[in-house]
Ligand binder design. Structure first.
Ligand code: NAD
Ligand code: UGA
Length: 474
């Protein structure tokens, strides 16, 4: 079974970069990425590569090489499904907002819609690959829908046939291209050997065979949820220890280094921060919690839910701490927020810790001057549910008792009369701040809050700043 034509449904953070890399590494395969969102597709096709809908280092270069050659972005879904030997389902699977399982279970309506669309449009034999992160046993639902539409010739031979595989994606935003080019592993779950090999052959174009793991379909689905749960658990663990460090005089960076040197623990994912964000950790853990509850495993559910509970508590702890340090009131005080994306090197703000922290500060009546190198003010407006002020001179504390915010392109301009600078995203440019300039412009006593351990304390201590950084009890 040789794959010549791929259709990927969903041109998002996963579908776009993943298909770009497949197209780049497999020039003989035609890759069509389709989406219902016309605006998104238009941006993928924009001649100006700065306008691609997703910012990922290295992505634009690949798109430039492959787009129009064997990589195509369009809203033509049915025809591209019809022509495909293999269809990736890479659509969103957010937490359900209503009905059964609301607040925890994944909303599979987009996945189901894709399965139905494949069922009614595919022709010949089609391999359907779950790329989205899905609850265990979703493949059963997809199979049911596909099998119900299988057609037979007058002689009883099957004309339309399907096979379902699970191939979860492990890329991280900000390093997506490198993660795709050099994955720790590629996971393929399924029970039809020929289909597994066909998908595996695509990856073998650039991934060593020993890194391509093959499992049964349920293990593959569960491994994805488990990987995210373990990663998020490490962050909640280190953030919890960070709070204890602050109370006891220990330093979380030293604790991380000490425990990370133990090869059984490992050094990655032990950076204390403002709390994990991103579209997936919270949603995937809650999905796991829902599954455990569904199967009557209450204690297991509680164990995993505590990872999210700790993260929520930690984010509110950071906002409270800022308020306390600024004499218990921040109403009318100017606070510079550096970074709004959930991590550096991405324009994604989904579940960013900055959202909750800024909302809490606004509730206290603060005036926030927000800067981010890649997130625009329209996105921040949506996330905060509050329109920005347009003029820095309009920011009058007595008028804005509920707090207000302004987007600042030039962070140096935002330092005038600010009481505090809060670093929420580890963008490299924030390492280069001219602290003498900042000090000369800020109101005294001025505070620096570094939730990312980004800046060298020595640089700060040369000035008259009050300095707080995450997990530093010293
Ligand atoms: P996304 O929201 O960026 O993109 C999903 C796209 O699917 C949207 O553009 C939407 O318009 C489109 N879509 C939905 N239904 C459609 C339909 N019926 N036909 C055509 N298009 C449709 O989501 P994402 O971040 O790319 O995530 C996709 C999946 O991958 C999720 O399950 C997520 O959990 C998983 N995942 C995400 C990441 C990540 O870093 N973002 C990493 C690994 C796995
Ligand atoms: C995460 C996983 O790392 C990917 O393997 C997975 O494919 C993806 O989720 C997904 O399923 O969506 P991502 O959310 O893009 O990737 O980014 P991460 O690097 O995991 O960071 C998540 C959050 O944890 C960020 O807010 C980050 O700042 C925070 N983090 C990460 C820390 O606070 N400390 C760390 O040591 C690492």
């Amino acid at each position: 079974m040789e794959i010549k034509n791929i259709c990927c449904i969903g041109a998002g953070y996963v579908g776009g970069p993943t298909m770009a890399v497949i197209a780049d590494k497999c020039p003989d395969i035609k890759v069509n990425v389709v989406d219902l969102n016309e605006d998104r597709i238009q941006k993928w096709n924009d001649k100006n590569l700065d306008k691609l809908p997703i910012f990922e280092p290295g992505l634009a270069e690949i798109v430039l090489r492959c787009r129009g050659r064997n990589l195509h972005f369009s809203t033509i879904v049915n025809e591209n499904i019809r022509n495909a030997d293999l269809v990736f389902i890479s659509v969103n699977t957010p937490t359900k907002k209503y009905g059964l399982g609301a607040g925890k279970a994944s909303d599979l309506k987009w996945v189901e819609a894709c399965a139905r669309q494949v069922a009614s449009n595919a022709s010949g034999h089609t391999i359907v690959v779950e790329k989205s992160t899905l609850p265990v046993r979703t493949a059963e639902v997809i199979k049911d829908i596909l099998e119900a539409s299988q057609t037979f010739s007058s002689k009883g031979m099957q004309v339309n046939t399907f096979d379902v595989l699970s191939n979860p994606e492990f890329l991280s935003e900000g390093t997506a291209i490198n993660d795709l080019l050099n994955p720790d592993r590629v996971l393929i779950g399924g029970d039809n050997q020929a289909s597994i090999e066909a998908l595996s052959d695509i990856y073998k174009s650039w991934v060593p065979s020993e890194k391509i793991l093959k499992t049964n379909i349920w293990s593959s689905e569960l491994a994805k949820l488990t990987a995210n749960a373990f990663l998020a658990q490490r962050i909640s663990s280190i953030n919890a220890i960070g709070a204890l460090c602050e109370a006891t005089g220990a330093d979380v960076r030293e604790v991380s280094r000490a425990i990370g040197a133990d090869s059984r623990i490992g050094s990655k994912f032990l950076d204390a921060g403002p709390g994990f964000g991103g579209s997936c950790f919270k949603k995937d853990i809650l999905n796991l919690v829902y599954l455990c509850e569904y199967f009557g495993l209450e204690e297991v559910a509680k164990f995993w839910e505590s990872v999210v509970t700790l993260n929520n508590w930690h984010q509110s702890r950071v906002a409270k701490l800022i308020t306390k340090k600024l004499y218990g009131t921040i109403s009318g005080k100017k606070i510079v927020i550096l970074g709004f994306s959930f991590k550096s090197n991405t324009n994604d703000t989904r579940e960013s810790a900055a959202i909750q922290i800024c909302k809490d500060l606004l509730d206290e009546g603060a005036i926030l001057l927000i800067n981010d190198p890649k997130v625009n003010k329209e996105q921040i407006t949506i996330d905060l549910g509050l329109a920005p002020e347009t003029e820095i001179n309009n920011l009058d504390s007595t008028i804005n008792q509920k707090g207000c915010w302004l987007f600042v392109d030039d962070m140096n301009e935002s330092f005038y009369n600010a009481d505090a600078i809060v670093i929420l995203t580890e963008w490299p440019e924030y390492k280069e701040i001219d602290w003498n300039l900042a000090e000369s412009r800020m109101r005294k006593p001025a505070w620096i809050f570094d939730s990312r351990s980004l800046i060298d304390p020595e640089n700060i201590r040369k000035n008259s700043f009050n300095f707080w950084r995450i997990g530093d009890g010293s």
